[in-house]
Design a protein around this ligand. Structure first.
Ligand SMILES: [Ca+2]
Ligand SMILES: [Ca+2]
Ligand SMILES: [Ca+2]
Ligand SMILES: [Ca+2]
Length: 240
């Protein structure tokens, strides 16, 4: 096939590729107020968390305040922070982003008292659950989140060592979802989760984006077919 025909064929094939669009619908640094897409409404209910200083987490890229469970709970049902968003644009999946602080004496699934879990649910269905071993136990960051803290380093609160992770590339990316409303619930839980000032979580730069996938239009499919024809013609021509 000559170069011109190859380029023509590739150009015609290009429109068949499904394209994805990402729309940021909510982000919050917990300092300057949330940024919310036009038409979308957002509200938090936070019996298990409050706005607090990030303390030494500035060294891990946090700033000002974050949403944290430090010094709160645990009591049944009170370990939660839930974000509700309504009037989302049409989408087929969602992605949750942010920085996660794992504060003080977390005891993994096999330390004491354990197990300790950080859990995130979307519309009541668990999409994220992991455990951390700041104080005891051996299982830590089983989901392999990106460490942004340089390992276990004291970042304040009580004297126990602390951890921090970026939620990027976690199971929170491209979660299938189509409804126009969503509830995202963050909780510390597990039979050994002590909460209060023993072990806590914090969320910074929390964000939600919705993803749309564009399928090829019939016109593109027709062009694609023509491209294939052209490709076949070129091959035949070259053989003789
Ligand atoms: Ca902040
Ligand atoms: Ca503990
Ligand atoms: Ca600490
Ligand atoms: Ca514990």
């Amino acid at each position: 096939m000559n170069k011109k025909r190859l380029i023509t064929a590739l150009l015609l094939v290009a429109p068949i590729t499904t394209s994805a669009a990402v729309i940021s619908v909510y982000s919050n640094d917990f300092d300057s107020g949330p940024v919310i897409a036009p038409g979308v409404t957002a509200s938090w209910t936070t019996p298990g968390a409050s706005l607090q200083s990030v303390q030494g987490y500035t060294a891990a890229g946090f700033s000002g305040n974050f949403l944290s469970s430090y010094n709160i709970g645990p009591t049944a049902g009170a370990n939660l922070a839930t974000l509700t968003l309504n009037n989302l644009p049409a989408h087929d999946s969602i992605s949750i982003g942010g920085l996660l602080a794992i504060i003080d004496s977390w005891d993994s699934t096999n330390g004491s008292p354990a197990p300790d879990f950080l859990s995130i649910a979307v519309d009541g269905t668990s999409v994220f659950q992991d455990t951390y071993n700041n104080a005891s136990g051996s299982n830590n960051n089983l989901l392999g989140l990106s460490d942004i803290n340089g390992g276990k380093v004291a970042r304040g609160f009580t004297g126990w060592l602390d951890q921090a992770f970026n939620l990027i590339d976690s199971p929170l990316t491209a979660i299938p979802h189509t409804a126009s409303s969503i509830q995202i619930a963050i909780a510390g839980n597990g039979a050994g989760w002590q909460g209060g000032s023993d072990e806590a979580w914090g969320i910074e730069n929390f964000s939600l984006s919705v993803n749309t996938t564009t399928v090829p239009e019939p016109e593109s499919l027709a062009l694609f077919s023509l491209g294939l024809l052209g490709l076949g013609f070129s091959y035949r021509k070259q053989k003789v």
